[in-house]
Design a protein around this ligand. Structure first.
Ligand code: MN
Length: 129
């Protein structure tokens, strides 16, 4: 819901800016990181309601970062949505099997990403559902 804090971990500045602008326009608060390492630090300190995680990142990749976050008591129930340009059919299944809660393909479809975020936030136990 509007006001919820979303952490965007994405090394492509154009994508990062697009997603940030769309989320802020729709009333969300955003945190941004261009590396997995910084993203993990922000997630630990500031406990966002949801995390959008690019899979291909410099240094640690998004899958490794997701696994680290899922192992923290504080972040284990935070939905983590993979952002990936991989267009192959098996990727969605593979990413979910690895532990991601959801998947949004790039190039980013604005309506789709907003819908996915709303769906996951409405399922979060912290929101009383
Ligand atoms: Mn990337």
């Amino acid at each position: 819901m509007p006001g919820d804090c979303i952490l965007i971990i994405e090394d492509n500045q154009k994508n990062l800016k697009l997603i940030r602008d769309v989320l802020q326009y729709h009333g969300y608060t955003t945190l941004e990181a261009e590396t997995a390492e910084l993203g993990i630090e922000l997630a630990r300190k500031l406990q966002p309601a949801l995390i959008l995680m690019d899979v291909l990142l410099p240094g640690m990749d998004g899958t490794a970062a997701m696994k680290i976050l899922k192992s923290y008591a504080g972040a284990q129930h935070t939905p983590i949505i993979a952002l990936t340009a991989f267009a192959m059919k098996g990727d969605r299944k593979r990413l979910i099997a690895e532990g991601f809660d959801g998947y949004v393909a790039k190039p980013i479809d604005i309506k789709e990403i907003l819908q996915v975020i709303e769906d996951y936030l409405s399922r979060t136990p912290a929101n009383g559902l």
